[in-house]
Ligand binder design. Sequence first.
Ligand code: B12
Ligand code: SF4
Length: 529
Amino acid sequence: MRVLLVNPDLSELYLMDRSIFRRWFVKHILEASQGIEGELFNALGEPDALNNLLGKIGKYFNWISAAPARTYYAPMGLLAIAANALDSGFEVRLFDMSFVDSTVNSLKDVLDEYRPHIVGFTCVTPLFPQTAYLASCVKKQFPEIVTVIGGHHATFLHYEIIAYAQSSFDIVVRGEGEYTFLEVLNALARGHKLNKVAGITYREGGKIQTNPQRPLVYNLNTLPLPAVGLLDRYRQFVYNFSLSRGCPRRCHFCSDSSMWHHRVRFFSVDRVVEEISRALEHCMGIRLYCSDSNLFLDSNQAKLLATRLGDGFFADHCSSVLIHPENVTPEVVWLMERLGFKECYVGVENTSDDVLASMGKHTSYASIRESLSTIKTNSALMVCALWIVGFPTENTETIELNKERALELLEEGLVDDIDPMFFVPHPGTAVAAHPEEFGLQIGTKSWGAFHYYKQPTFATKYFSVEQHYGNYLRFYDMVIDKKIDKISVPSDKKRDLKSSLENHADRVWVSLCQYLCDKGLETSASLGA
Ligand code: B12
Ligand code: SF4
């Protein structure tokens, strides 16, 4: 039985709102050009020189030609389910839409040539429209192919996805997918019914069947290593490995905790080391990214990892790491540096104690400051604060307070950068389940709009959709202006810098939209509609 796994495309960029993209672009260029600001100023007004420079400092993708030099994120969910299927003798291929040369037409060619029996899709919420479109293409070409979808979005909206009359999906795999998918394959290969497969929702004889939930895998180390062999070894990848799955906290804006039943399970250090070594061996231009939701919950695991991999190991492979402020201790900071990380993202989210409390974040501004100061006094790590703007309990006062405190943290050097994300009520979160309790009006189910960097479509008790958007853009501008402020050149030069980079961002935006069209996918605007 042949299986084709399709990754719809995980680039952050294609789904961004144009105004937000412009700000995102300027901020990232400023970040990437630290220390060579002189070169940046010299290149202003000279598009070729600017292009060359931006090409040189491109961190995540090539800023000029945008698509061809993009960084690809390995689709870890698909590699995980593929490993189990391959071990059981199924034939598996991966089709990754995030590659420049993967288009809707080339997917059709692969279907023609490979003739899979099953096509599996993964997806996060804003990519659902795109994923549904790809599934409809599969069904149109070969109606007999069984289509399966898994991942966070599908898990929480399983019923809705199958119930939708024009649905192109036959089966939704809910939650942890390795064994569920394998059992689906076995059942289909043997012509058995699906009623014994725990963890799926599907349609049978016109009725929707929701099979019981599958318990989580008790020992994660029993799972085969992700199928890196399916990755094209000559491409540049970001490979995100994990030390654990799940999170014991329950922030109201996050679906991670409920996805993994509010518990955390750890991988053994032996396994993590083996996984990293295999990935580095197989792929030529790989970068590592540690995707744990809640890193260093077990500092012994991190200590052992540092011993096994050797001090500074990640310095060559992976620069940043994400951490919850309440997990910061001097020992953890020391470990981050010892492992070779250069930068850490801290989930600050907000600095109003009232908003933090309504987020279920179980921290306070005082405690956040203490954590940031622990990082800064004990290490040379760069700190980027992740910031949620527009949580439904935010009012004018807290918006202003956050602006003040963001500036305060930047000025005091407790953070080096801020990444503002717009609040999104993802399925599976407490806010999406009970929007009224948070004073939120979810006005749309156009999933394409459920993106941190997209024009909001949600009104709250305090703000209309437009006011929200304005709050977000002003907060973003403030962060950018502060960054520009720190550069020591005359103010008219600074204005030139901002407008030149914004113009350049617009040019890149046009090329991104064109790229998406060339792929046969709709543009950002229509996907969000
Ligand atoms: C790394 C990461 C990224 C990376 C790369 C993603 C990638 N290629 O995998 C980057 C930075 C690109 C990224 C981007 C975004 N991400 Co992200 N990301 C993650 C993170 C931290 C890890 C994902 C991962 O690798 N997990 C490990 C694998 C093994 O788990 P998994 O993917 O869940 O797969 C398992 C099951 O879900 C299931 N499964 C998954 N797919 C399939 C398919 C089939 C057919 C089957 C049967 C089963 C199955 O089986 C797998 C094995 O058990 C998660 C949080 C987390 N810890 O999970 C967030 C997370 C997935 N991201 C999230 C979001 C929201 C985004 C963004 C949309 C944010 C934004 N900008 O708005 C963007 C998407 C960009 C876009 N174009 O839309 C949310 C998703 C919420 C949702 N409702 O969809 C998460 C859960 C974070 C959170 N807590 O909110 N992300
Ligand atoms: S935001 Fe972080 S700490 Fe909170 S539930 Fe999600 S993963 Fe856990």
